[in-house]
Design a binder for this molecule. Structure first.
Ligand SMILES: [Zn+2]
Length: 365
């Protein structure tokens, strides 16, 4: 069975990427999204995004990726952005990236930015100061005293391995009111995003999401806070446009702030968008064996289907953005997963999960 993958980090992989034309062909991939992962600070994001657009164009030409979906067995490549720092608070830069072919736009990575709040705790914050911080002023404060960016982990998702027992807790803290934040008693760290925090989009972020809808670009809430997801849903509802979580799982199955709440899954489904199932073990389960990871992937899939319906589930493997899973570690092993999908859910639903749902939102049928 062919498949579409909504997220990989091969463009910024350290060393040799596992996502290559060869492995994608071996796995039966029809369309692979490549994220321009922007970890830029103030004044660096857009330049980095542009250089990754160039790298993407070069890769497509060199490896023979099609820029348009094709039916001859070739592989199509689609450009996405991970990290709203890419546009440096400037809608014109968003429009320029749309012209460069960006189809999915990840509003945040693991830091808050001009667009909105992220899902995960950020022990240090990038030095965002200045004009466009109104929406998250309450979350800045003391945390903004930190100006040093943490060293990049080897894989972009590894920064998310929750070491904090508070984050790890299977019983999430109850939701707090607007403007509240949690403070780690042992440090100056402020826990933003995720459960219990209600910072979402900034005023600029709302403008930005509305413009994305007009540009036919999909706002991507993976890495965004719960409040951000809700606010994106409201803007998209007004615009009658879908939004996605390109690489996120279900929080009810495994507690992690990067995983989606049931409400989040429902809101994405109501918009006509999709949730890309993430293969990273840090979001799946505590059982890190191949069998454990397989069982967890199917539990998350079953739950997302149950909460969002059969048109919401897609794939967002996170290959090259996370350590390889012992069950399916790279595209060439995808047939193993896809045949499990067919056995578990039947051919009709398996095809929706593997490619039809993602094709629908990408306009790639
Ligand atoms: Zn990611």
């Amino acid at each position: 069975m062919k498949y579409i993958d909504l997220h990989c980090d091969a463009l910024t992989a350290e060393g040799v990427a596992s996502v290559t034309m060869e492995s994608l062909r071996a796995g039966g991939c029809a369309l692979q999204c490549f994220a321009a992962f922007v970890n830029g600070g103030k004044g660096e994001g857009y330049a980095r995004a542009l250089s990754l657009c160039d790298a993407f164009d070069e890769m497509c030409a060199r490896e023979g990726f099609s820029r348009l979906p094709r039916t001859d067995g070739g592989v199509c490549a689609v450009l996405t952005v991970e990290g709203g720092e890419a546009i440096e608070g400037d809608l014109e830069k968003l429009e320029a990236l749309s012209r460069r072919g960006v189809k999915i736009f990840g509003l945040t990575w693991n830091y808050p930015n001009e667009i909105g709040e992220c899902a995960t705790p950020h022990p240090t914050l990038p030095p965002y100061k200045g004009g466009r911080q109104e929406g998250r002023a309450a979350c800045g404060g003391e945390a903004h005293l930190h100006s040093r960016r943490p060293l990049l982990p080897r894989h972009p998702e590894e920064a998310l391995r929750p070491k904090d027992p508070e984050v790890r807790s299977p019983t999430p803290t109850p939701s707090k009111g607007a403007g509240m934040m949690q403070r780690d008693p042992n440090s100056r760290r402020v826990l933003c995003g995720g459960e219990g925090v209600s910072f979402g989009l900034t005023p600029f972020g709302r403008e930005c999401v509305a413009r994305m809808c007009e540009l036919n670009m999909l706002p991507d809430v993976s890495h965004g806070s719960d409040a951000l997801l809700r606010e994106v849903a409201a803007v998209c509802k007004e615009k009658g446009a879908p939004f996605v979580a390109s690489h996120s799982n279900a929080r009810a199955v495994y507690f992690h702030p990067r995983n989606l709440t049931d409400e989040g899954i429902r809101l994405i489904a109501e918009s006509g968008g999709v949730v890309g199932l993430n293969f990273y073990d840090g979001f799946l389960s505590d059982d890190k064996t191949s069998a454990g990871q397989k069982a967890a992937l199917f539990s998350h899939a079953r739950h997302i289907l149950k909460r969002g319906g059969e048109d919401v589930l897609a794939l967002g493997t996170d290959f090259d953005g996370a350590p390889p899973s012992p069950y399916v570690g790279d595209p060439s092993a995808m047939p193993r997963f896809l045949s499990g999908l067919e056995k578990t859910f039947g051919a009709r639903i398996a095809e929706k999960i593997a490619f039809k749902n993602a094709a629908r939102v990408l306009g790639a049928q």
